[in-house]
Design a protein around this ligand. Structure first.
Ligand code: GN1
Ligand code: MG
Length: 363
């Protein structure tokens, strides 16, 4: 089937003029469907089911999440609803996706005249913090139970188990390398401490909430005047600890260099980004966040470089089967980088705690 045949499987309005590749996503392939005249344009996506294996669960989550946000926007008297939440269009058989015998496709309305950003400024860190906290707040009372689109995605115990399995199997032989052994010993001496969230959850002290789980500035649409329109890329929206959205953003945004920069002298923790993001996050989260969640935000900030280190080194030992690598040592370089970042964040615990205490006292 060609792309226009796929488009014709969906209940869209207007006459299709063009279907062309769109955006720079690394997981799903995205196309813009342009229509004639005044009819809206659409976004067609081919969902990567090797990353998201349960398409029914995935699309059910997305329908529930967008439906819940939509209801709230209506209740709040919002006029521009189609610009404030993604709107998925069913296939003609009523399903939220179309299977062409090989690939899975979905369709959504295209939000016109919007802007995306990459990279962080102090201003955008504040806005991103507030926007993702608002997103969590708007889903805090969703009445249905959502599934995990990637099972145990941010479960630290599971990620360490995967690393243990990788070391035991040692498919690449790389676990014998002295540097890898050194990194592993740094990981395992911290393992207990970093499994704290799963323990607190089992003890009934820490809740799971609906989180975005891919918090970056690229996943927010802005209008031309820089106002936030909506949060996009909802595939990883699932129950998790709030730490996911807090820690994962800072892991990339507060690293003073790229996660794969081999020059470790450039890796450090940008405390100004931490402050701006935390301010925005605490503002948006005020309606739901509990003391134990607040108390552990510094933990969350260290957890994500650590978890990503565990995932990178496990993949290195497995022979680079998950993360795309541009050269043979790429995952090792990433691992060194994330270990250094973990240590920088660990060293900043007293300042992070003091800053958060100060913010809470102001309220
Ligand atoms: C993957 O594809 P990207 O860059 O958005 C990974 C994240 C990692 C990140 C590390 C589904 O995200 O969890 O933090 O790489 N996403 C998935 O670069 O595994
Ligand atoms: Mg992504």
């Amino acid at each position: 089937m060609d792309l226009k045949d796929i488009v014709s499987q969906f209940a869209i309005n207007g006459v299709v003029k063009d279907v062309a590749p769109f955006g720079g996503g690394l997981i799903n392939s995205t196309y813009k469907v342009t229509t004639e005249g005044d009819a809206p344009d659409y976004i067609l996506q081919n969902v990567n089911v090797s990353v998201f294996p349960d398409i029914d669960l995935l699309m059910n989550n997305i329908v529930e999440v967008t439906g819940h946000i939509r209801k709230k926007l209506i209740a709040a008297g919002e006029k521009n609803i189609e610009r404030k939440v993604l709107h998925f269009i069913p296939a003609k058989d009523g399903k939220m996706y179309f299977f062409d015998g090989e690939k899975y496709w979905r369709m959504m309305l295209c939000i016109a005249d919007c802007v995306t950003k990459t990279g962080v400024s102090l201003e955008s860190a504040y806005v991103v913090g507030e926007t993702f906290a608002n997103f969590q707040a708007s889903l805090a009372d969703i009445p249905v139970k959502l599934g995990e689109t990637i099972k145990d995605f941010h479960n630290m115990e599971f990620r360490l188990q995967q690393l243990n399995d990788a070391v035991a199997q040692n498919k690449s032989g790389r676990a014998n390398d002295p540097e890898v052994k050194q990194i592993l010993s740094e990981i395992f001496e911290r393992a207990d401490e970093y499994c704290k969230a799963e323990r607190l959850y089992r003890e009934g002290k820490l809740p799971k909430r609906i989180c975005h789980c891919d918090t970056k500035v690229d996943n927010i649409l802005f209008d031309k005047d820089d106002n936030v329109l909506c949060v996009i890329d909802l595939d990883t929206v699932m129950p998790s600890f709030v730490f996911s959205d807090f820690g994962d953003f800072l892991r990339s945004a507060a690293n003073t260099t790229a996660e794969d920069d081999p020059d470790l002298s450039k890796v450090s923790f940008n405390f100004e980004v931490f402050k701006a993001f935390t301010k925005g996050y605490l503002k948006g989260a005020a309606s739901f966040i509990t003391p134990i969640e607040i108390e552990n935000l510094p933990f969350a900030t260290a957890l994500f470089p650590y978890m990503t280190l565990v995932r990178f080194i496990a993949d290195y030992i497995n022979g680079d089967v998950y993360f795309h690598c541009k050269y043979p040592e790429h995952n090792l370089v990433r691992s060194r980088n994330q270990l250094k970042l973990t240590k920088c964040v660990e060293a900043a615990f007293p300042q992070m705690e003091a800053f958060i205490a100060e913010q809470i006292a102001k309220k």
